[in-house]
Design a protein around this ligand. Structure first.
Ligand code: GDP
Ligand code: K
Ligand code: MG
Length: 271
């Protein structure tokens, strides 16, 4: 079976290092018409499967503001890879988990990779992948692109995830927010299609410029203002992430208190 895999994540979390570890020398620059940012693809045979892996540009969110973000997002939206590997840095997982929650809204088959686990161990942090996986409802692999830890496990995980059923929406917002998302999704579903309607509704309520422009033809402004739930949606995602991190990260080092351990991983503070 051929499995198309997208590697995505925030800048500087080790995506390209993982990409190199996964594909070795079998890589090339993808020839995507109209795309000026260099995107690499590579192949890897694994247990009878052919993996085609794309190293997407770094992105903090799927809110398409920069060219890099637009490329990553369009690839996920329109090329629909079989498996999306979301790479997070073990020492600043929070922003990576935020991106993962957004990607899950696309109903993608996702895997969370917590990379630089060597650094986390050095700092005395324990990251409980079972606990993370239980809360996020996606497989979690701990890797180090530096030492090679977890690379074979990741390859196995990609193969097994590719054959699982497509995931449904995994994070539910508050009742109030869900109600607005569903109302808007119903309004736009004949235009954008049933399956993408939730995604577009969320992005419209977040005020995503690309979505607002796409939906501008439908005169929704009389019923819902674009961006009206921008901070609400972000806050609900971050609250959820903070809970997950608190349950999944522990300290082994005596010099590191529990709260210091969590502070390492939680970089975002809501005011
Ligand atoms: P990208 O921007 O996500 O593609 O990140 P890169 O692969 O370019 O890596 C960014 C930096 O982190 C480089 O200096 C890598 O050597 C380093 N790095 C990547 N993965 C690991 C890892 O697992 N452990 C450690 N200690 N460093 C890593
Ligand atoms: K780094
Ligand atoms: Mg890179």
């Amino acid at each position: 079976m051929t499995i198309r895999v997208a590697l995505c994540g925030n800048p500087n979390v080790g995506k390209t290092s993982l990409f190199n570890a996964l594909t070795g020398m079998r890589q090339y620059v993808a020839n995507w018409p109209g795309v000026t940012v260099e995107v690499k693809e590579g192949v890897r045979s694994w247990k009878g499967h052919q993996l085609i892996i794309t190293d997407l540009p770094g992105t903090y969110s799927l809110f398409a503001t920069s060219l890099d973000e637009k490329i990553a997002r369009d690839f996920l939206l329109y090329n629909t890879p079989d498996v999306v590997v979301v790479v997070a840095d073990a020492l600043s997982m929070e922003q990576g988990l935020y991106l993962l929650l957004e990607i899950l809204e696309l109903e993608a088959r996702a895997i969370l990779v917590v990379n630089a686990i060597d650094e986390a161990k050095k700092k005395g942090l324990i990251i409980d992948k079972q606990e993370l996986s239980k809360h996020l409802k996606v497989p979690v692999v701990l890797t180090s692109a530096l030492t090679g830890e977890g690379i074979h496990e990741l390859l196995d995980c990609i193969v097994s995830t590719a054959s699982t059923e497509q995931k449904k929406v995994l994070f539910n917002f508050s009742d109030e927010t869900e109600k607005m998302i569903q109302q808007l999704a119903t309004l736009i579903k004949t235009q954008v299609g049933e399956s993408a309607s939730r995604w577009f509704a969320i992005k419209y309520l977040e005020g995503d410029p690309h979505t607002v422009e796409q939906l501008s033809r439908f005169d929704l402004q009389s019923s819902v203002k674009p961006g009206s739930l921008k901070s609400q949606i972000a806050r609900e995602r971050y609250d959820h992430i903070q809970l997950i991190v608190k349950e999944s990260v522990a300290a082994i080092s005596k010099e590191l208190s529990m709260s210091e351990a969590i502070d390492h991983v939680l970089t975002h503070k809501f005011i």
